[in-house]
Design a protein around this ligand. Structure first.
Ligand code: BGC
Length: 444
């Protein structure tokens, strides 16, 4: 449960142009976003750059050099440095667990989702990133470090005030919600009571001690063979990165026991992570007679020909794995709703599973209905999954705007390097040796 220092929901009139960088999965995305205010439609100029496996498993220097190089190219191509004398305010979406003492600071607790860059865990990622930007003299000021879940919540709340939770059901899984400051012992009085603060739950790490969730031998195998065994237990059972791999492990087990693929060369199935969640979605979506499409795609991926029975096995297995995942995702959200006594509202969700799996939304809603015992003849579900606005871009931009707005009022609690970007004056929280004094100056 990480404090994000995002204080309250946006009022919808946030304005201005902001740089955002999104580091969290397959691509690195750099955007220049203009918020028009009055809940208007933001405009986005963006570039995506593929992150190589080498960078994802390389060293800290390689990673930050790559990110800063891409930003440099983007700033130059868009001629952003020619339009202003002030540094460009940056929102950095970093979709990994980071402990934040300030909104513009964050120590990476652990890499997740298969990333494994040496020399970053336990370090402040904003310092490492700033150093790479300074080496290139980029005219940029990192204002906010943002988790993708918080970004999804804030970007959606900018347009839709019914948003109560931001969630990611994609390669990883996680959610963010608003908590009252007085319910957060970790804050130790740094904020006045009843101040809303976004919490990044990091519930992908729920049950890392493996005592609550009923794990199968395949779950144990996924965990054992991952770069971080013993971590992200809940995520490994429910998120997109792992669903296809679970499917592969079960098939290998059945084949070893000679129950399927008899007499066929199944060696291509030995390669980890060759089947992704898109593959499982396609199996569940297959309307072709005799599941012909499933068979064709399976042969293309593995070289194995499926007989009729094996096609049914694949379909049922894909269903079982996806149903369990969707129901676990509903449990995470239900836990937040129970804690906050949320009876109705919108859960703004993003991610490949939420957006692309054909049955995820229905299964998720059915599970929530079971947990909360919603009446069968309800006209609509009180808690609804809505497609999140672009959290890692627009969300980060809105959070930067909110942070600059409070800095300009001198409300610098939770901001490490508070410079008023209009006049360049320093308002550094560290200068206040008494943070409590600082918190009294902050109005919620
Ligand atoms: C990370 C979270 C992130 C989630 C969704 C998890 O692996 O720990 O910080 O929000 O993936 O991207």
């Amino acid at each position: 449960m990480n404090i994000t220092w995002v204080l309250g929901q946006p009022h919808g009139h946030e304005k201005g142009s902001f740089l955002t960088v999104d580091l969290g999965g397959t691509n690195l995305r750099v955007c220049w976003i203009t918020l028009p205010g009055a809940r208007g439609q933001p405009s986005i100029i963006q570039e995506r750059y593929q992150m190589s496996k080498q960078v994802k498993t390389g060293t800290a220097n390689q990673l930050w050099d790559e990110v800063a190089d891409r930003m440099e190219t983007f700033i130059r191509d868009q001629r952003l440095d020619e339009t202003t004398t002030q540094p460009l305010p940056l929102g950095f979406t970093f979709s990994y667990p980071a402990m934040q003492d300030f909104i513009d600071h964050g120590v990476l607790q652990t890499w997740t989702k298969g990333w494994d860059v040496k020399g970053v865990e336990g370090e402040d990622v904003t310092t490492q990133f700033r150093e790479a930007m300074e080496k290139r003299r980029l005219p940029v000021k990192l204002v906010a470090l943002v988790n993708d879940t918080t970004g999804a919540m804030i970007a959606s709340a900018y347009h839709d005030p019914k948003t109560v939770i931001g969630a990611i059901f994609g390669t990883g899984c996680n959610a963010a919600y608003m908590e009252d400051s007085d319910s957060i012992p970790k804050l130790a009085g740094r904020l006045p009571p009843a101040c809303p603060v976004a919490i990044n739950c990091e519930y992908g790490a729920f049950d890392n001690s493996h005592i609550v969730l009923p794990m199968t031998k395949y779950d144990h195998l996924i965990d054992k063979e991952s770069p971080r065994p013993g971590e992200q237990a809940f995520e490994k059972m429910s998120a997109g990165l792992y669903l296809g791999e679970l499917f592969r492990l079960v098939l290998i087990d059945l084949a070893k026991r000679d129950l399927i693929f008899q007499g066929q060369d199944d060696s291509r199935l030995d390669k980890s992570y060759i089947l992704d969640t898109g593959f499982l979605s396609a199996i569940e979506d297959d309307q072709s007679p005799g599941l012909q499409n499933t068979a064709t795609s399976f042969t293309a991926h593995t070289g194995i020909e499926l007989n009729n029975q094996e096609r049914q096995v694949c379909r049922q297995l894909a269903e079982l794995i996806a149903i369990r995942g969707a129901r676990l995702c509903a449990c995470g959200i239900a836990a937040i709703c129970n804690k906050k006594n949320i009876k109705a509202g919108h859960v703004a969700a993003d991610g490949s599973v939420a957006n692309k799996h054909p049955k995820f939304k229905r299964r998720w809603a059915d599970a929530l209905a079971e947990i909360f015992d919603w009446s069968e003849d309800r006209i609509e579900d009180p808690i609804v999954l809505t497609p999140a606005e672009d959290g890692s871009g627009i969300g980060a931009a809105v959070i930067v705007a909110m942070t600059l707005e409070r800095m300009s009022k001198g409300e610098v609690v939770g901001v490490k390097e508070a410079t008023d970007m209009r006049d360049g004056s320093q308002k550094t929280a560290e200068m206040h040796n008494n943070l409590k004094k600082d918190s009294r100056r902050f109005k919620c």
